[in-house]
Every structure is written in structure tokens, then in C-alpha cells.
Design a protein around this ligand. Structure first.
Ligand code: CMP
Length: 137
């Protein structure tokens, strides 16, 4: 069974749609192995998105991710990384397919409701960023 990390971003938490989004994961057959609400510090957000540090959107992304609490979740299931990315839709909500989380709930490319790991390798790193082994079931 594969695991992946989902982050429900500050925009979606503020819209009170955490349950709605988690429900979509469960309905798609993904299991919630761990979940927590947490407010990232600026250092946390910079470390988490370090791969993007040279991109022009980096500072805006970090500022957005610390603007309110997020909900981090470990999802488990067959092809969990791919399944979660299908459920999320394209990074830019304008390009996301109808019925995906980003098409339905996201306002912009920064406030795009959710983050999901892009590979199994990165999922392991991202899960370790938020959760201790004993918190994952
Ligand atoms: P996420 O999946 O969390 O990964 C990096 C985030 O950077 C992405 O979602 C977007 O919210 C944000 N971002 C802003 N501008 C861009 C861009 N041009 N390309 C990719 N990601 C962007």
C-alpha cells in the first residue's frame, strides 16, 4: 500500500471545507492514516517548499502558507500519490478538470486549496516533515 501527504491549505481551512475534502479522499478509497491541524512557522514553510526557493513565486507561497492553519493528512491506498493528484486537479485551478478539488474550491494558483506529494519518494520526505512514526496508523 502506498502513502502520500495531503495538505489542506489556509484558504480551504478558512472556508470550513476540511470535512468535505477529507470525504472526497475517503470516497475515492483512500484511508486517513494520520491527520493534524497545524500552523506552520515561516521557517517550516520555507523548509517544506525548499525545492521552489529560486522560483519567483516562493515568497508569496511561503507568506500564504503561514497565513492560517493547515490540515496535514497521510493518505494510504493503492496508487495513493496518483489518486490524490487526480482528486486535486491541476495546480492552477483555471486548468483543473470539473469535479476536482481545485476546480471546485480553489481561488488562485497560490490559494489552491490543497497540496499533494508528487512522487512516492517525496511523499516519504513530506510525511516525515509533519508526522512521527507513532502518529501514523
Ligand atoms: P503546491 O502543490 O502546494 O506546490 C507548490 C505551490 O506553489 C503550488 O501548489 C502553488 O500553490 C504555488 N505556485 C504559485 N505559482 C506557481 C507556479 N507558477 N507554478 C507552480 N506552483 C505555483
Amino acid at each position: 500500500m502506498e502513502k502520500t501527504l495531503s495538505i489542506i491549505k489556509p484558504d480551504a481551512v478558512a472556508k470550513n471545507i476540511v470535512g468535505e475534502i477529507l470525504n472526497r479522499f475517503e470516497k475515492a478509497g483512500l484511508k486517513i492514516s494520520a491527520t493534524k491541524k497545524i500552523r506552520l512557522s515561516k521557517i517550516d514553510a520555507k523548509n517544506f517548499y525548499e525545492v521552489h526557493k529560486d522560483r519567483p513565486f516562493f515568497n508569496d507561497l511561503v507568506d500564504f502558507m503561514v497565513s492560517g492553519p493547515v490540515v496535514a493528512t497521510v493518505l494510504e491506498g493503492e496508487n495513493a500519490v496518483f489518486k490524490n493528484r487526480e482528486l486535486m486537479g491541476e495546480t492552477n485551478p483555471k486548468e483543473a478538470k470539473v469535479g476536482t478539488i481545485r476546480a471546485d474550491f480553489a481561488d488562485s494558483i497560490d490559494a489552491n486549496a490543497v497540496h499533494g506529494s508528487d512522487s512516492e519518494e517525496n511523499a516519504k520526505i513530506e510525511i516525515g516533515f509533519f508526522f512521527a512514526k507513532k502518529e501514523i496508523f
